[in-house]
Design a protein around this ligand. Structure first.
Ligand code: GAL
Length: 660
């Protein structure tokens, strides 16, 4: 478990670098990530490379004992390249080229850009691949940031057609799969298929789904090209990419197959303000962040790479600049978030950024240090974690990244998110929020969770929750069938085929026998419309369904929760439960508590703002609230850091009896 920091030597006088590196070491920082936006300095003119500054920066950081994560600079193609070949630019849905002047303006489908990207990657890999200071790589930076996965360019159109031909074989098969007989959309050849844009009204949902799948594959292919160059010239160094929170525009699992480390960028306060939380939640968690936002992603990214290696590549150090509102974290939160990441198995937590830049777009974004080089609150707290890590390592109480073995799996699938987004059928039907709400309900009951893909092996889990999976592939259906776990299916599971059409046996399609229900009719509920659900485990009438409701025919299942007029809302068929609507938080907690107990787990009600997690014989308690709370994982737990009385923003680490 180590700390890192994102550093931009090119932003500061070279005379500062030695001192900066010394102070990083002093805080306990071991890793430094550099160069992801520095293309125009590496290659100031076409074909003329200038490595002198980077040689010096890498040598300085290395000599100070820091391990370097070197980045490929492909997120920011320089102006001369854009001017020389504007076809490298991505195109928006209205057909306008994305302009120069910020970042991520390139088109993943541009063959010319792919050539330039591999050229600069090869140049940097050849120069530094064997440098003893370079200990890991990062490809590009935050693929897709600023909504840049979909490009409606001529390049994309040209690449989409053969992609479709490979998928469907014949144009008749595509016409059938998409239902093109509708509105006379039949094509005679793949060469007639355009991108889903510019039509009078909604384009065919199957067409849009395949375009999103294609665009996702383009991102993965782009990344794969860079990775193979890095592996060739820098053998033995792990390759990472830094993914983003609540970002689902491409399939992170496909891309992660080519990585050694899945990293993500954690901005808990920015995400709390910018995503789907209610106004009350945004206010309540403004300065600590919603407790489950960081861990949702920790548990997601832990499941990405083959051997579960994952990092936080960027950790919020203070106020950011890009959310609707940018509050300062409460004192203690930077330390808490860092430990929370380690508790969920992170190898490295790296802060963004070393020093606040006094210029350009992110000048209002805090760093560990202020622009005048004085240490800011985030830096003070990074130093605290640095000290704690050292003490715990010295006493051998914590050795190496923690290995978690949750009994609960939550299935989360990118393709499923796209399907739900393409035809939401209700303006507030948000599949990512649904997954998060279900996850949060599990965490509020003290349960550790693995977030897994639809292809993951499911043996060994005692509770499997699938909040939103419109298409259930035969392999997933078989894995659910043969598992011995308790199962909880959310609304709309099994409601679509692979090409986004309605299954012949209606929803829940391949889950019909397991769930013992058939969906007869669905309704989205406008704001203010609600169904009150009575079910065991919740106060009668306490759980509400809003946004979405399904009328079920029972085919073997019994009713475990019903609306006030007696319609089934939660159906139970042996070890499977089917939830027929958008349940509120209390409702999900009730259903999941019940399922967890049936699975032999011990869910318990945590005090508001308290979160716990466990890995082998180490347990953590975190207090996100404003109150001092007494909480101890077990009577015989022995404190390593903190204790049973947790102050606001407090962290406690415990030795406990090994979990079985
Ligand atoms: C990330 C990005 C960084 C920086 C940061 C600001 O999304 O990777 O380059 O922009 O946000 O919070």
């Amino acid at each position: 478990m180590e700390l890192g920091v994102c550093y931009y030597p090119e932003h500061w006088p070279a005379e500062w670098w030695v001192e900066d590196a010394r102070r990083m070491r002093e805080l306990g920082i071991r890793w430094v990530r550099i160069a992801e936006f520095a293309w125009s300095l590496m290659e100031p003119e076409p074909g003329r490379y200038d490595w002198a500054w980077l040689d010096k920066a890498i040598d300085t950081l290395h000599r100070s004992g820091l391990k370097i994560v070197l980045c490929t600079p492909t997120a920011t193609p320089p102006k001369w390249l854009v001017d020389a070949d504007p076809t490298i630019l991505a195109v928006d849905e209205q057909g306008r080229s994305r302009g120069f002047g910020s970042r991520r303006h390139y088109d993943f489908s541009s063959p010319a850009y792919r050539r330039h990207a591999t050229r600069i990657t090869r140049a940097i890999a050849e120069r530094y691949g064997e440098h003893p200071g370079v200990a890991a790589w990062q490809t590009d930076n935050e693929y897709g940031c600023h909504l840049t996965v979909l490009s409606y360019s001529e390049n994309a159109r040209r690449a989409f057609r053969p992609w479709l031909a490979r998928r469907y074989g014949t144009i008749d098969a595509l016409n059938r799969a998409w239902g093109n007989v509708f509105w006379s959309m039949v094509y005679r050849s793949f060469d007639e298929v355009d991108l889903p844009m510019g039509a009078v009204t909604e384009t065919n949902p199957s067409h849009r789904l395949d375009f999103r799948r294609f665009a996702s594959d383009e991102v993965a292919a782009f990344n794969r090209e860079q990775v193979s160059i890095l592996r060739l010239h820098s053998p033995g160094r792990p390759v990472a990419h830094n993914f983003m929170g609540f970002f689902t525009e491409f399939d992170h699992r496909t891309l992660s197959r080519d990585l050694d480390i899945a990293a993500w960028d954690s901005y808990p306060l920015g995400f709390t303000q910018n995503f789907f939380l209610t106004p009350d939640e945004k206010q309540k968690w403004a300065r600590s962040g919603h407790p489950d936002i960081p861990s949702f992603h920790h548990d997601l990214y832990r499941g990405m790479c083959r051997d579960g290696r994952w990092w936080v590549m960027e950790q919020q150090p203070g106020p950011v600049n890009w959310a609707q509102w940018n509050p300062a974290p409460h004192d203690g939160m930077v330390r808490l978030w860092t430990w929370q990441a380690f508790a969920h198995g992170a190898e490295v937590v790296s802060y963004f950024r070393w020093r606040q830049a006094p210029f350009a777009q992110e000048q209002m974004h805090a760093g560990l240090n202020r622009p005048d080089r004085s240490l800011d609150q985030g830096g003070i707290e990074a130093g605290m974690v640095g000290d704690e890590l050292q003490q715990l390592a010295a006493s051998a109480a914590l050795a190496g990244p923690l290995k978690l073995r949750p009994s609960v799996a939550l299935v989360f699938d990118y393709d499923a998110v796209w399907m739900s987004q393409i035809q939401p059928q209700g303006a507030d039907y948000n599949p990512v929020e649904l997954a998060f709400r279900v996850y949060s309900a599990l965490r509020s009951r003290g349960l550790d969770v693995d977030i897994v893909g639809p292809d993951a092996p499911l043996d060994g889990y005692r509770l499997i929750v699938m909040p939103t999976q419109p298409h259930v592939a035969p392999k997933l259906a078989a894995a659910l069938q043969s598992s011995h776990a308790q199962l909880v299916f959310g609304p709309r599971c099994g409601s679509k085929t692979e090409t986004l059409t309605i299954p012949a046996n209606l929803a829940p399609g391949p889950l019909a026998a397991l769930a013992g229900v058939r969906v007869r009719r669905v309704s989205s509920l406008p704001p203010g419309c609600r169904e009150t659900v009575t079910m065991p485990g919740a106060d009668p009438g306490n759980a509400q369904i809003t946004r979405w409701f399904e009328d079920l025919d029972l085919a073997g299942a019994e009713v475990e929760g019903a609306t006030s007029d007696g319609r089934p809302a939660i159906a139970r068929n042996g070890r499977a439960r089917y939830v027929a609507g958008w349940l509120d938080n209390a409702g999900w907690r009730a259903v999941l508590t019940r399922a967890a107990r049936d699975a032999g787990l011990q869910p318990h009600v945590l005090p508001d703002g308290i979160r716990v997690s466990r890995a082998g014989d180490v347990a953590f308690t975190f207090n996100f609230s404003d109150q001092t709370v007494a909480w101890q994982p077990s009577p015989d737990a022995h404190p390593l850091v903190g204790g049973a009385s947790l102050p606001p923003r407090g962290v406690a680490i415990w030795k406990v009896a090994p979990s079985t």
